[in-house]
Design a protein around this ligand. Structure first.
Ligand SMILES: [Zn+2]
Length: 196
């Protein structure tokens, strides 16, 4: 996430085991998990490498997909939310906004993980598992947050999440749809300079 291992570069189990002073088993387990999250690629006979940055074309396709699916899902979610679900969304959004102190890059990557959970919960509450899985398989949040480290990326997203929560609390499907569309469009615009 923090690009301390450059995108596309080789990751050797031996080196990591030595560097972290642990056996190879936990290293292999960790790499397997990261592979599942799309952050590490395993190539037959070659081994592990850090996932490459997404291309501009893939980025555009990803945002197209999100804009087709997530605003509608937000509208459905808003109409189906109960107190417990709303509290869950507020909790995740709250933890994101409390991410002060510590290493900036660690903070940033934990924000990316929480943002992934926040969006996934909304898709879960919308009630269509196939749509939820389709987006989960893209590992959108890991890819987009690797593009750029900037406090603007997180601070502005927090305000947009707040607008979403207001719409959810009111059970207002139209407002939730609009808020999600704006959030995704602004997120895209914030990250576009990464390709310049
Ligand atoms: Zn978000």
């Amino acid at each position: 996430m923090a690009l301390r291992i450059a995108p596309g570069s080789r990751i050797t189990v031996d080196n990591l085991a030595r560097e972290l002073n642990v056996s190879q088993t936990p290293i292999r387990e960790a790499l397997g998990r990261l592979e599942g999250e799309g952050l590490v690629i395993k190539t037959h006979l070659i081994g592990y490498s850090a996932a490459p940055q997404i291309s501009r074309r893939r980025f555009d396709e990803l945002y197209d997909l999100r804009l087709l699916l997530e605003p509608e899902a937000a509208a459905r979610s808003a109409r189906r939310l109960d107190e417990r679900r709303l509290a869950e969304l507020k909790e995740v959004a709250g933890v994101m906004s409390r991410g002060h102190g510590g290493d900036e890059r660690v903070r940033y990557s934990s924000f990316a993980r929480l943002d992934a959970i926040f969006h996934d919960r909304i898709l879960e509450f919308a009630g269509n598992d196939l749509i939820r899985q389709t987006l989960a398989h893209q590992h959108t949040h890991f890819h987009i947050f690797r593009l750029m480290f900037h406090s603007r990326v997180t601070e502005e997203a927090l305000d947009e999440h707040q607008a979403l929560l207001v719409a959810f609390a009111a059970g207002d499907g139209k407002a939730a749809e609009r808020a999600m569309r704006e959030h995704i469009e602004r997120s895209r615009d914030r990250l576009l300079p990464a390709f310049e």
